[in-house]
Structures are given as structure tokens and as C-alpha cells.
Design a protein around this ligand. Structure first.
Ligand SMILES: [Zn+2]
Length: 288
């Protein structure tokens, strides 16, 4: 199955507590599109709003009507990226007064009003208890939501179905990301509801796989540096040879995040060059 699966269902009732409506924004970064989830046995809470695609509100409404509902009780967001909160304005236009909350953290231009939601502030719906978990790394303001009744986790972009997560070079932080993954392991998660791609049934195994994947990339980067491959484009060409070249600019951001983490740990050093990519070297080796 390809990451951008055209057959991915537009709506789905996954359990009696969780429904899913697709954001209709397929793409290289979003796979089949952003999943928005309706959580609760009645008066459902909506997790994320998609990117603001014109056809989305009608799809959401028809799904709601099919369940005998008229509107979400409130919206909670996983993080500030456009494909998660881009639908806030159109939903407000459709459902006036709809309350929206996220963790407000280093935000500049949010579609206000947005309430601040933090770890420790449990969200209650009909037959559902959602515990926000601060999980920085992909984005500094990222919250996952643990659904107590199902031991399930809404992972936003921290864990995806069918792809690995990008650690953006600006607001992303790989050390934070690894710590977030390790923290989630302690929750004893069964099922994962990712923001992109299908449901993941063995949550614990997927979290461990993600940690292993990052450790593997780190090893590959250290090996590349040991072999004298010193710039990000060269490192990407070497270790992402099996990944489509279209994704290499994104891979470059992840490699940069790895290198920044290693630099913080004093294991590599950056030599900035004018009009050329920085050269990265292992600490203890001299530049040749
Ligand atoms: Zn994101």
C-alpha cells in the first residue's frame, strides 16, 4: 500500500467511541490526508480540523448526521501545523461559537480565540476521558491524547501510519522527540490513532520501532561522518538512497536535527562555510 493511498476511506467508525473523517488533503507530507477524529459516544470531541479544504466541512457534517449528531462539542488540536488547525476558521463559520483548544506555546498567529490546554488538564466527553500528553520533538507545542477507556493514543504527527515523522529543522528537536517516544512507552498503549494513515494495532511495538529507527539513522550518520562524508546533502544521498529523491529535502531536515542533537552532545562539530553547506565532523577527528 502506498503512503498516499487513494482508497483510504473518507470516513470510518473505528469503535463505538472513535469516528474518523479524512481532511481531504492528500500529499507527500500528509499521506492520504489528515485524519480528524470524533471521540465520544455522543456530543463528540473533534481532534484536529484538517488543512481547511473546502469540501471537508460537508463531509464532516454528513458523517455527523449519519451518527445522529449535528456538531462537535468542541475541538482540541494536536499542534499548530497548518494541516491540523487550518480547518478551524471554516468550522467556526459552520458551527458558530465552537470552542477550540491547544497547548499555546511559542505560537504567533493562531486563529483566535483558542483556549490553552496543557498536560494535566484532562478532557472529558461522553464515555471518554482524554489525557493530554506534551510530546515535543516534531513540534514544540505537540500534544498527544491518551484515551483511557481504550488504552489508545491519538499521536498526532509523533507516530504516523505508514511513514516516519519529520523532525523539522526550525521548531523540531530530535532529543525532545526521542524523550517523547520513550515517555509514551510508559503509558502501555494498545492502539494508536495517528493523524495520518491507518490505525496501528500494536502501539507499544510501533513506539519501539520508531525509537529503533531513529537510533539506526543516528548510527548511519556517524558512520558517514567517519567515512568523511561531511555535508548534509552528501549524507542524505548516502543514507536515504532507498527513499524517493523528492523526499530528500525533507530528509535533510531530519539529518540536520540528528546533527544538531549530536552537536549538543559534543559528539560532532559544525564548520560553517560561506556559500556552501556546513561541514560536519566527528569530535576528536581533524578536518582533512
Ligand atoms: Zn505536523
Amino acid at each position: 500500500m502506498s503512503w498516499i493511498d487513494p482508497e483510504f476511506p473518507r470516513v470510518a467508525t473505528l469503535t463505538d467511541r472513535v469516528g474518523r473523517v479524512l481532511g481531504l488533503n492528500p500529499g507527500m507530507m500528509t499521506g492520504p490526508g489528515t485524519n480528524t477524529y470524533l471521540v465520544g459516544r455522543r456530543d463528540p470531541i473533534l481532534i484536529d480540523t484538517g488543512a481547511g479544504v473546502e469540501e471537508y466541512p460537508a463531509l464532516l457534517e454528513s458523517y455527523l448526521a449519519g451518527r445522529g449528531w449535528t456538531q462537535p462539542s468542541r475541538v482540541i488540536l494536536t499542534h499548530r501545523h497548518k494541516d491540523h488547525l487550518g480547518g478551524v476558521e471554516q468550522l467556526r463559520a459552520r458551527f458558530p461559537g465552537l470552542a477550540v483548544a491547544k497547548m499555546i506555546h511559542r505560537d504567533t498567529d493562531l486563529p483566535l480565540p483558542i483556549d490553552d490546554l496543557r498536560e494535566g488538564h484532562t478532557v472529558y466527553g461522553d464515555g471518554v476521558t482524554l489525557i493530554p500528553v506534551h510530546t515535543p520533538g516534531h513540534a514544540s507545542d505537540h500534544l498527544c491524547y491518551f484515551l483511557v477507556e481504550e488504552q489508545a493514543l491519538f499521536t498526532g504527527d509523533v507516530v504516523l501510519g505508514g511513514s516516519t515523522t519529520v523532525i523539522p529543522s526550525g521548531d523540531g528537536d530530535l532529543a525532545d522527540y526521542m524523550a517523547s517516544l520513550r515517555g509514551l512507552l510508559s503509558l502501555d498503549v494498545r492502539r494508536i490513532y495517528p493523524a495520518h494513515g491507518p490505525v496501528i494495532e500494536d502501539g507499544q511495538a510501533k513506539l519501539r520501532e520508531y525509537i529503533q529507527h531513529r537510533l539506526m539513522r543516528e548510527r548511519q550518520i556517524l558512520e558517514a561522518l567517519a567515512d568523511g562524508v561531511e555535508t548534509i546533502p552528501e549524507i542524505v544521498a548516502r543514507i536515504y538512497a532507498d527513499v524517493s529523491a523528492k523526499l530528500h529535502p525533507v530528509a535533510a531536515q531530519s539529518v540536520e536535527s540528528h546533527l544538531k542533537k549530536l552537536a549538543k552532545e559534543d559528539r560532532v562539530r559544525e564548520t560553517v562555510a560561506r556559500d556552501a553547506p556546513s561541514r560536519w565532523t566527528l569530535v576528536g577527528r581533524t578536518c582533512s
